[in-house]
Ligand binder design. Sequence first.
Ligand code: ARG
Length: 459
Amino acid sequence: MADKAWSGVFDEATDPRVERFTESISVDKRLYAQDIAGSIAHAQMLAKVGLLTTDECRQIESALAEIRHAIESGTFRFHADLEDIHLHIEKALTDRLGDIGRKLHTARSRNDQVSTDLRLWVIEAIDQIDTRLADLQKAFVGRCDADRDVVLPAYTHLQRAQPVLAPHYWLAYCDKFNRDRGRLTDCRGRTNVLSLGAAAVAGTSLPIDREDVARRLNFAAVAGNSIDVSSDRDFVVEFAFCLTLVAEHLSTWAEEWILWSTTEFNFLRLPQAFCTGSSIMPQKVNPDVLELIRGKTARVVGNLTSLLVLLKGLPLAYNRDLQEDKERIFDSFDTVNACLELASPLVAGARLNVEAIREKLDRGHLDATTLMEFLIKRGTPQRTAHQIVGRLVRTALERCVRLSDLTEDELKAADASLDASIYDVLGVEKAVAAFISYGSTAPSQVADQLAIWKKKLSV
Ligand code: ARG
């Protein structure tokens, strides 16, 4: 009992079932490096303001370095009865230094300590996800030159809509992941605030220097309200949300490529190293990695929901409920990180089945909208042009032919103003070449966008 940091007021030992129920060490031992970094900065500040001697501070610093080494080399022993990472490290320090170790928790509470540790962890995690997202963007950009002239059908409602250049597709994903990166940067800014010094809830009567701690830990600012910062987990929810949108984007891409790799679409061949087979059907090469990337989105969404429900209605300030946040955010990070690790080589390694795509490209009348716009350019009102082309498509569907296969008589039957000049704009290649608007699939536009991405990603 005497071993517990908080046992002074207790005259009964903790029930072992309570120890098992309340422990978080099994989850938060992952924060050991952040906890030690925070403690070193705190000790240095305590020495600066005279609450520790320089020698005491030096002893604490080297004992903490030893403890870090013990944890990293696997010789450190974790026990459930010591609750969490903070108490483990403090106990190990006290075992080494006695009363000097017992001074470290001056002007500090586990409430501001856990918030600080988690903020440091989230900042590192954001930087890691950002690097992976940049790698994925580079993988998409890296495909663009080789796939430059490949024309694909773009879909709306999963029905063939208009022709686009393959790089236009790849760069669409670059935009999505760039917004994710922007959101992560914003989240990083709001996370990058020092909570240490808020102590339990109201601050401290000891003469601490919070700016000094912020500088040592590279925090951009010091939190101005001790009640708020010790209860704040907005940064955890925000990070979980950023990760959820990354997972949603990955899931859209995975679903698309799963479809594209079916016999029915046959647009894409996935690298075999990223597929698995069937134990009963010898012919199968299944897109399991993509399916799991799509499937794991579920748990990332679930983690976000758990965090939001966890915080709902919690009174200020610290409540033990908050301990539940770490398992959720660690899982979202690990999941998205693992998905991203596989996504980049998958994007780089897949091959478009150019021949198969081209063979079927004239199905679905991908040139219909361009023909309508050609008529608009000749002065036909849009609604009228739409009707005329609609009639042409109906005739083509009846005869199972392309728009370009219709005879001049059939053109005239749809509208008297139509003549042989119509053939000049028909066909998918010509339809692609006709695009001009900013951000469109026009070859010059796609080339401009690609140049911007190459510059932005330094590739
Ligand atoms: N393990 C706790 C958590 O993760 C640390 C803070 C506990 N504070 C307390 N006063 N019981 O939230």
